[in-house]
Design a protein. Structure first.
Ligand code: RAM
Length: 360
């Protein structure tokens, strides 16, 4: 990662994030020495920062999965921003988190409908590419949020935080809970999910550190962001590895299902569970002692930031080039990083001391 936030902003944002519990997002500055002529975003020239923000656009959100509370929160954040900017919001998407061909069909339909921008959380890094490139050829702007495609298949990616920070911190959280000793497993979402796979890569990197020499990753299981499959996969992990000490589930569907299984079993409090989940879904499991701590960013802010980027792109304000900036309401002025990436900010860690302060 070649960008850093301004030091002063970081200090303020960190304080705000801690005291108010919001993910910090602000002006992200680009190190001029890192300018890359090979930025993956297909833009070749900057947009016109003086162009007015257009109204009457149609911004379509295409989450990984429509009936997933995490995406409901994120997309409602997007809806609010789109509506406030005077454009029309719509949401389409599969009900299964592992139905990539259906995501492709939705992209094709939105292209035929000539929407102004597609904001998509990709179930697969490559599978949506042909359809998204076709959309961009037709003048439709493409923003990925939450889970990216290959960089050349979109203009901007709104990333919750750096994948590195997320992956490493989940290992750090779990290792502390199991006293740096024992077998652990990962319960992921879909096998091809870009976001989970990137985080898992960094989890494995983190585990190479000396501090974890007595921690052994025994399996990565896939619950496909389906509650029942994730529940059964958790059960399977414990049958296969009776000495398992901990599970990391970097998916809001997976962590809830795993918590449900553990809390009704003899493993409650004995097998530690952490990962990414929403405070409202995880509150009962923090309260009943199944889960000690987990983390997440504010999904509504992620959706909102994606909406501002989509409207700015569709207004010709930005093209997705590194160094361009766009206004993101209360989140301020945001700068696009190399490869068209925009970072939301640091996630919040939830535990019994702060979980009641959050309502999402
Ligand atoms: C699930 C999805 C999503 C992920 C969250 C944390 O809802 O897999 O992509 O970001 O979990």
């Amino acid at each position: 990662m070649t960008t850093t936030r301004r030091a002063a902003f970081t200090a303020i944002a960190a304080t705000v994030a801690l005291s108010l519990g919001v993910s910090a997002c602000g002006l992200i500055t680009k190190d001029s020495s890192s300018a890359s002529p090979f930025a993956g975003a297909p833009a070749t020239a900057s947009g016109n920062p003086g162009a007015p923000i257009k109204k009457g656009l149609t911004i379509a959100f295409l989450p990984k999965q429509v009936n997933n509370p995490y995406f409901t929160i994120a997309d409602n954040g997007g809806k609010k921003a789109v509506t406030e900017l005077g454009s029309t919001y719509k949401e389409v998407g599969p009900s299964s988190g592992s139905d990539t061909s259906s995501q492709v069909s939705y992209v094709n339909t939105l292209t035929q409908q000539k929407v102004s921008a597609i904001v998509v959380s990709a179930q697969d890094a490559g599978a949506l590419c042909t359809a998204l490139r076709q959309a961009m050829k037709n003048g439709i702007k493409v923003v990925t949020y939450d889970s990216d495609t290959n960089p050349s298949c979109r203009q901007v990616f709104i990333s919750p935080a750096t994948a590195q920070a997320l992956g490493r911190s989940e290992v750090q959280l779990l290792a502390k809970q199991i006293d740096y000793k024992g077998e652990i497993a990962i319960l992921s979402a879909g096998r091809s999910a870009t976001n989970q796979n990137t985080w898992i890569r960094y989890m494995k990197e983190e585990l190479k550190n000396h501090a974890y020499e007595n921690v052994k990753l025994v399996k990565v299981a896939y619950g496909n962001d389906d509650a029942q499959t994730s529940f059964q996969q958790t059960q399977g992990l414990l049958q296969q590895y009776p000495d398992l000490k901990g599970i990391i589930a970097p998916t809001s569907v997976g962590i809830k299902a795993a918590a449900q299984y553990l809390s009704g079993s003899t493993y409650k409090g004995k097998v530690q569970l952490t990962g990414l989940g929403t405070p409202n879904e995880m509150r009962p499991y923090i309260k009943n002692g199944t889960v000690t701590a987990f983390e997440l960013w504010d999904p509504a802010q992620l959706g909102s930031l994606a909406a501002y980027a989509a409207v700015s792109l569709a207004s010709g304000h930005i093209n997705g080039m590194a160094g361009e900036t766009f206004a993101a309401g209360q989140m301020g002025l945001v700068e696009i990083d190399d490869n068209g990436v925009v970072l939301l900010g640091d996630p919040t860690i939830f535990d019994k001391t702060n979980i009641d302060s959050y309502d999402f």
